[in-house]
Design a protein around this ligand. Structure first.
Ligand code: GCV
Length: 743
């Protein structure tokens, strides 16, 4: 896109020799046409939900322009400068004009002022509003001040003014009548962080949208405009932190050479209220060659981390802290020295504490040497440490106990560590949900986890309450999302992948939001405010998550994806060195039935949940059917609630999933008039890939499981296109997102 927009007619015409002029003229005209149309369309994708589409309705446009005739800033900071820039970007795009900036407040002005900058009487008048917001919150209010009609955006801090500005602009994007714009809002979670699994060579682990957006080689000198757009997009939904590097960490990022590069990014993000964090490889003191051990109780090691933290803070005074994957999937950690997670996390916490930095210590641990059900291991390892972590440690827990599956029950750690701040980790990148070629609206899934009752402190102890700290009065709170962003011109590959980034941000700000509202807002800002379009496409988005569960892992099946890259089905895989990496470990299909018995007669993972979950799920008849095979091993002819067999239900659910994708295709075709050609075509083509892959999933899984069930497919389910050997033979050595060493 950048190349095309820099393309100049004169550059080409001079280099063309006369005899070939006609041919080249045609070529150039074609190229120009292509370049202009491509850059317009690519721009739409690049602009995400900040399209600021022209406001055309005369009434609406005139009211907005009449009510807001200028803007006045009481504070002049880098952050309010960004608010000003954003207002101008929006005004030009909405109305084709600049918004006048006045130093003195005029009638019909937008006024940005922090609480302290407001005149005393106004502070007094708004006392109750200010009492309701926190340090990052804001209020937007229409009021009369000294005979002037004012639209006030106020906050305790400058960052609140920027968030308020983005919210105000969102209201305009949603075509909200100006008299209805009255908002008081604050984030309910403190650390709202993207986790980039980006490597220093710019590959992205589980990344499906191209290479990393961080151009390490050219940093710190080259600051790409994309970095600013990234910051704008994040700030617009309230994301206030970014972990730049992969949790499978490289200690090089802690070297002075890289700290300088990180500093350059931190400088770009700071005015947008975004802190940078790094992943810290536990063995760094050894790998840098400085020490012979990384034992967290060794005084030299502790000093090493302290010095490292001091060094980073010298360059980046608002550095956020470290994210650590320790003793997990081959990463080094305190266990290597006979020490515990508490020893490791607290050592780093001690180094960061004087600078107000935090440690996000991951609870994603399981071991090949532990014969225990993998779903139980993290709980068994972490819950006994409840209350022992330092104050500036957040334990980062994945939403479910296995690994970002299309559907998992909530992680039993939520609610089980009342004396430890727990941070949610969602995966926005679709490692197990069709990569960036499947349209799957994830906020629906995130909401499902957040609103689930853990019952750990009686009824209504939802996961959201654990995360926002309200269940057990936590001071430090957080939510992380593994980013789905890459250097694709539209950031996420699939145009609908943007909704997952957007939705993550909205839920991190307020984990009680309804995913339908989020989808509707996103559609209006990204595509069109047309009612028919928004209703139809939001229905499709909300259904999409259930569809992927149906055609990949219905009824509680899980982790039956192909090896390594996790692309496509692989329920037959049984030859991997670690038992819990093999799909057969999870479905346990045999002639007697299918599913993982996690009740008292099996692994007893259920005992990690509170009652009534334990009691209800102990019995297959009272277990929600979407989790049936997660908790039970049942005969193929087990009778389900609809009176049909398990095999019948499994097969028809796979088929339903495929049919739902067909329906999505039809729905999308009907939306052509609302969407620009480029995005319309891209989504259409991707939906065809999704359909092909949904059929592949259905056919491969049913062919495989049929060997055990020995039962016929229901009439409405077509016979698989190929035999099982064919599906088993498929290999994808170059599927994206894979760690080279796992290939
Ligand atoms: C970054 C899963 C993924 C890995 C990922 C790991 C984690 O196992 O497949 O790629 O590693 O989760 O979350 O640490």
């Amino acid at each position: 896109m950048v190349i095309l927009s820099n393309f100049r007619f004169s550059d080409v015409s001079h280099s063309v020799k006369l005899p070939k002029m006609k041919f080249y003229k045609t070529l150039i005209i074609c190229l120009l046409f292509l370049s202009s149309s491509l850059s317009i369309y690519a721009q739409k994708g690049h602009d995400l939900w900040l399209q600021y589409a022209e406001i055309t309705g005369d009434n609406l446009k005139n009211t907005y322009l009449d009510e807001i005739q200028s803007v006045t800033f009481s504070s002049q900071s880098e952050t309010t400068g960004k608010a000003q820039e954003e207002l101008q970007i929006a005004w030009r795009s909405f109305f084709g004009q600049e918004l006048a900036v006045n130093t003195t407040l005029q009638n019909k002005a937008l006024w940005l002022a922090t609480e302290k900058e407001l005149p005393k009487p106004l502070q007094q008048q708004l006392k109750t509003d200010f009492a309701h917001i926190n340090e990052e919150g804001f209020l937007i209010k229409k009021l009369q001040f000294k005979g002037k009609a004012i639209m006030l955006i106020s906050a305790k801090k400058e960052i609140g003014l920027l968030y308020g500005t983005f919210r105000f602009l969102k209201e305009l994007q949603l075509h909200q009548p100006i008299e209805k714009i009255a908002i008081t809002d604050s984030p309910k979670i403190q650390k709202r962080v993207l986790n980039h699994w980006d490597n220093l060579d710019r590959t992205v682990e589980r990344g499906y949208a191209g290479f990393s957006i961080w151009d390490w080689h050219l940093l710190p000198e080259l600051i790409k405009p994309e970095y600013i757009d990234y910051a704008r997009a994040n700030a617009s939904v309230g994301i206030n932190g970014t972990v730049l590097t992969n949790v499978n960490a490289n200690s090089l990022v802690l070297s002075p050479q890289y700290i300088e590069k990180v500093q350059a990014l931190a400088d770009v993000f700071r005015p947008y209220g975004i802190q940078v964090y790094l992943t810290a490889r536990f063995s760094s003191p050894v790998e840098t060659g400085d020490l012979e051990t990384a034992d967290p109780l060794d005084p030299e090691v502790r000093k090493w981390w302290k010095n490292k933290a001091d060094e980073i803070y010298q360059s980046i005074p608002d550095f956020g802290g470290f994210l650590v994957k320790a003793n997990s999937e081959g990463q080094p950690g305190p266990n290597n020295y006979g020490r515990t997670h508490v020893d490791g996390a607290n050592m780093m916490a001690e180094a960061l504490a004087p600078h107000n930095g935090i440690v996000m210590w991951r609870a994603f641990v399981y071991s090949e040497d532990d014969p225990e059900d993998r779903a139980k291991q993290a709980y068994s390892e972490f819950v006994p440490f409840d209350g022992q972590f330092a104050e500036n440690v957040l334990i980062q827990v994945k939403n479910g106990p296995i690994d970002f599956q299309p559907r998992e029950p909530f992680h039993p750690i939520f609610g089980a560590m009342p004396d430890t701040p727990l941070m949610m980790e969602f995966q926005i990148t679709q490692e197990y949900l069709g990569f960036s070629s499947h349209l799957v609206y994830l906020p629906k899934m995130f909401q499902e986890t957040l609103e689930t009752d853990t019952y750990t402190a009686g009824k209504n102890s939802t996961v959201a309450k654990v995360i926002d700290g309200s269940l057990s009065h936590k001071k430090l709170t957080g939510m992380a999302g593994v980013a789905n962003i890459g250097n694709e011109s539209n950031w996420t590959g699939h145009p609908f992948g943007q909704a997952n980034w957007y939705g993550f941000g909205r839920l991190a700000w307020n984990p009680y939001l309804d995913s339908r509202t989020i989808a509707e807002d996103w559609l209006k800002m990204t595509f069109s405010t047309d009612e028919e379009f928004v209703r139809t496409v939001s229905d499709m988005m909300l259904q999409s998550r259930e569809s992927v569960v149906k055609y990949m892992t219905p009824l509680g099946l899980h982790h039956i994806m192909a090896t390594g890259h996790h692309y496509g089905p692989g329920p037959w895989v049984s030859n991997l060195s670690r038992p819990e990496w093999n799909p057969v470990y999870y479905h346990k299909a045999d002639s007697l039935g299918v599913g993982f018995d996690r009740t008292t007669s099996g692994s007893d993972a259920l005992s990690q949940y509170a009652n009534p979950i334990q009691q209800e799920y102990e019995n297959p008849e009272t277990t929600p059917e979407e989790f049936l095979l997660w908790f039970h091993h049942l005969p193929w002819d087990y009778q389900m609630k609809n009176g049909k067999t398990l095999w019948f239900n499994m097969s028809s659910t796979y088929q339903e999933g495929v049919e739902e994708v067909q329906k999505m295709i039809q729905t999308w075709q009907g939306m052509k008039k609302f969407v620009d050609e480029q995005r319309f075509q891209k989504v259409s083509m991707l939906l065809q890939i999704q359909l092909k892959e949904a059929r592949w999933w259905r056919d491969a899984c049913l062919s495989y499981f049929k060997q055990f069930s020995k039962m016929e497919l229901p009439e409405n389910v077509p016979q698989p296109e190929h035999n099982l050997d064919y599906y088993k033979s498929l290999k994808f050595p170059f599927a994206p997102g894979i760690r080279p060493s796992w290939n």
